[in-house]
Ligand binder design. Structure first.
Ligand code: PHE
Ligand code: ZN
Length: 858
């Protein structure tokens, strides 16, 4: 059966809901196979007198329905696949419905489902309609109370949003608990958890002296591994008070870790539910990247309490209102916890690899889209990461103080409301007196702006001229673009490192800046888009000498790093195209010198030693040949290792005697070590296998152990098999660590490897982390394997997608986005990718997946 692409929802169609839901009382009688949900909705008409009451509902079995105590005959309502409509309802009334649902059969992980034998929920974006009949849209905000009943022995802990109330025993070994949330909220922030957990507890005293009970709920035996998440939570609470003046607003804050989860985590009011990958960590089982991710995701979800929960989105087109802003907040939190320049570089690597790719392909959409087919597919790098960049530009334009004033006004004016991007900008226009009309094109125009730069220097007049030209590429549905307002930090730097710095607001198609330098001046270095002020692609034709000078003289750490990246990119491209057989010695020397020169800041040195990967090179040259790019990258890595061999020996030879600490300082040292381990693995050196195996065996933390294992996974031979077998035997009962075991193989192997991994007894289509550790690690991080010109990579992923999509549409659709770059591929891979997409289009896909496939082919 062929799947039709879903009907699109339009921003311009927005109309307010004609009723207010003043109070929601939910009663859950929890049983895995048949849970009874009773909802008492206190409703009041706010719109037209003849407006029907429309409620969303999906996969619900209606048991009873009554208005003000009187059961309704079937003729009084219309029941469909997607909801319930009541034509003639009073102006104020109470509607009571009872429905039955089956959590144990819910593999889509949206609504109420079971994970690890416990109940949990996921309601964003439209999961609440799978729990009860309700206006499942974010602009309907209400007060919720919840009463749950469940078997006491199996589910001793019963949690929901807000404040805990009455508890007690009922018949048949069951018990109940009541929760009351005093804050009005949209249904997508509803949550419930029931089960047996180990609990890691602590307290936080807020700036006004309120003591908050904090708890992280995890699998039995995992409590100690929740310490870092708790520590991150307390630091987040403090940071939001200090940085934004925001205090927590309930007496309790609960986090629950679940094994089966579609995304990273969810900001339900007072009850955040997390993918366990972003809660559990200790030295032996988690890498520094895991610790970092936990810190930032805990912060992200916590920060949503104000940016998302207290003030929410009017409709899902406004998703960036909460997500872009909250990512911006968590990135700054991480920068304050660690190193600001290192954080900035990591954020930009991610943006370039994922968001720039999205912006350049068939799935491109603006930060605030005007239409969507399936809402789950709107949780994109563009909405999140580019959305965060836009807030960063806003702050840069306003300055820190005015930005904060605007945020204060936003919190003050819109607390308790569901609002739009326009409402948000009105606050900044008011405090600054500026007009952000042109700036807001960042929300409506898709595509990454390209800024080309031409420079000239007149030695007689000592005049520097810099001409900037901008162009926003065409994207689906948007062919003609207007010039954007692009803020760019710039500087002129002389060869002693002295400089003049300013910010240019580049708002026309073209701009020329000229500077007259004093007598005796030499040609200065022009530093542009410092700190990556704007999310643009800078096109600059600099000669090699200037590029090398930039590495030496740049005073902005981002641009210094990027100068090294630019050289490495050019070199990899030249090697991949065969215009050059071997890496240029002087260039490799320069990169090596930059690495060793930064060794007093090992985290930064590690970033310099990390060459741009195929994801970042993909857009540089069309058509792209991932296989050739990967081979060229390895060649350059090998050459770099050759230059750094002694340095690597000494760095890797030192073994730390300090007790393990996940903080920035030690993590930086380990980052350098792992970067060098990566180079060693790519070096092709005879002794690489043995060295890696001994590093693997000697490693006392997961960061280095995994780096060695990843290196080994990419080699052939006995050392590889020994290490993989050893790792599997040691960690077979820890699913998160086993995800890493699957991931390193998928990240380095070919289609045959994937086939083997998918046939492994521990491969589980119902667990998104596991599916991603194989399919996404391959299709999104191992582009040379996935885009194999014979199509083998596509076929093996296609197979997994078809199965995964049946179980979990959100997961299937997410994996499909790996195909988004197919049009930019070299002809062989391109033809295979297209054939695969056509087969998928003809298959019976979920609505979510059909949406991606039709847009990808579109
Ligand atoms: N709102 C979540 C976040 O950004 C993401 C999410 C979306 C989680 C949809 C689950 C489902 O933190
Ligand atoms: Zn979020």
């Amino acid at each position: 059966m062929r799947t039709e692409a879903p009907v699109a929802v339009q921003l311009s169609d927005y109309t307010a809901y004609p009723f207010e839901i003043e109070q929601v009382d939910l009663r859950f009688d929890l049983h895995p196979d048949a849970t009874l949900v009773r909802a008492d909705l206190k409703i009041r008409r706010t719109g037209a007198a003849d407006a029907a009451l429309e409620l969303d509902g999906e996969a619900l079995e209606l048991k009873s329905i009554a208005i003000d105590g009187a059961p309704l005959p079937e003729s009084a309502y219309e029941l469909t696949e997607s909801g319930l409509t009541l034509q003639d309802v009073p102006n104020a009334f109470t509607l009571v419905t009872e429905v039955e649902i089956a959590p144990s059969k819910n593999t889509a992980l949206s609504g109420l489902y079971m994970s690890g034998g416990r109940f949990c929920t996921q309601c964003e974006a439209i999961g609440f309609r799978r729990i009860t009949f309700y206006p499942d849209r974010p602009d309907v905000m209400s007060r919720f109370t919840v009463r749950m009943t469940a078997d006491k022995e199996t589910y001793p802990i019963l949690l929901s949003n807000g404040t805990p109330g009455e508890t007690g025993d009922v018949d048949d070994g069951r018990h109940f608990a009541v929760w009351d949330d005093p804050h009005k909220k949209p249904a997508y922030l509803f949550a419930l958890c029931a089960g047996d957990y180990d609990v890691y507890r602590d307290q936080f005293t807020t700036m006004s002296g309120k003591v908050i009970d904090l708890a992280v709920h995890v699998d039995k035996g995992d409590a100690d591994r929740a310490a870092w998440a708790m520590d991150s939570l307390k630091r987040s609470m403090k940071w939001d008070e200090e940085t934004y003046g925001r205090e927590y607003d309930l007496g309790v804050f609960n986090i629950v870790a679940v094994r089966d989860f579609n995304f990273g985590a969810m900001e339900n009011k007072g009850l955040n539910i997390f993918n366990s990958a972003y809660v559990l960590a200790d030295e032996a089982s988690a890498t520094d990247a895991d610790f970092e991710a936990i810190e930032s995701i805990v912060a992200h979800e916590y920060f949503h309490n104000w940016t998302g929960n207290r003030i929410t989105c009017r409709d899902w087109f406004q998703l960036c209102l909460k997500e872009g802003l909250t990512v911006f907040r968590d990135q700054n939190f991480s920068a304050d916890m660690r190193s600001r320049p290192v954080q900035r570089i990591k954020d930009v690597i991610r943006l370039r690899a994922r968001q720039f790719a999205e912006d350049a392909g068939p799935l491109a959409h603006s930060v605030r889209p005007e239409t969507y087919g399936a809402i789950d597919n709107l949780y994109t790098a563009t909405v999140y990461e580019k959305g965060a960049e836009v807030i960063g530009m806003l702050r840069r334009i306003l300055g820190e103080e005015t930005y904060r004033k605007g945020m204060d006004l936003y919190f003050d004016r819109h607390d308790g409301q569901a609002v739009t991007i326009e409402d948000f900008y009105a606050c900044f226009e008011e405090v600054s007196g500026d007009d952000f009309t042109q700036f807001r094109l960042w929300y409506s125009q898709a595509g990454t702006p390209e800024v080309s730069v031409e420079e000239s220097w007149n030695p007689e007049t000592r005049e520097v001229a810099v001409t900037l030209k901008q162009r926003v590429p065409a994207t689906p549905g948007q062919t003609n673009k207007k010039p954007m307002l692009i803020p760019m930090e710039m500087a002129l730097i002389d060869d002693e490192g002295n400089m003049a710095e300013w910010i240019t607001l580049f708002e026309d198609e073209e701009l020329t800046l000229t500077f007259d330098l004093p007598e005796g001046s030499e040609r200065p270095l022009v530093s542009i888009n410092r700190d990556f002020t704007a999310p643009i692609r800078l096109k600059r034709n600099l000669d090699r000498e200037t590029q090398l000078a930039m590495i030496r003289l740049e005073t902005d750490p981002f641009n210094q790093w990027d100068a090294v990246q630019a050289l490495a990119k050019q070199e990899i491209l030249a090697l991949s195209e065969g215009s050059q057989a071997e890496p240029d010695d002087a260039l490799v020397d320069a990169i090596a010198a930059a690495v060793t020169g930064a060794s007093d800041d090992p985290a930064f040195a590690a970033l310099l030693a990390r060459l741009p990967d195929v994801n970042e090179l993909f857009l540089e040259r069309q058509p792209a040949d991932p296989v050739a790019l990967d081979a060229a990258r390895k060649k350059l890595q090998a050459a770099l290792y050759g230059k750094l061999r002694q340095f690597a020996d000494s760095v890797l030879g030192e073994s730390s005697t300090q007790a393990y600490d996940p903080g920035a300082e030690q993590a930086g040292e380990r980052a350098l070590r792992t970067a060098l381990i990566g180079l060693l693995a790519a070096s092709g050196a005879d002794e690489a296998g043995d060295r890696l195996l001994s590093l693997y065996k000697a490693a006392t933390n997961m960061t280095e152990k995994l780096a060695a294992l990843r290196g080994l996974a990419g080699l052939d031979g006995e050392a590889r098999e020994t290490a993989l077998a050893d790792f599997e035997a040691e960690w077979t009962s820890n699913p998160l660590v086993m995800d890493k075991w699957f991931g390193v193989q998928a990240g380095t192997g070919d289609a045959a490897t994937i086939e083997k991994l998918a046939a492994h007894s521990a491969f589980d289509l119902r667990n998104p982390n596991r599916v991603r550790s194989v399919a996404a690690a391959f299709a999104m991080q191992n582009l040379a394997g996935f885009h194999a010109p014979d199509g083998s990579g596509y076929r093996v992923v296609e197979d997994i997608i078809l199965k995964a999509d049946k179980v979990n549409p959100a997961l299937g659709a997410r994996l499909l986005t790996a195909f988004e770059q197919w049009r930019s591929l070299e002809p062989k891979a391109k033809a295979e990718a297209e054939a695969c997409l056509r087969r998928l289009q003809a298959a019976d896909l979920s609505k979510n997946s059909a949406d991606i496939v039709s847009r990808a082919l579109g």
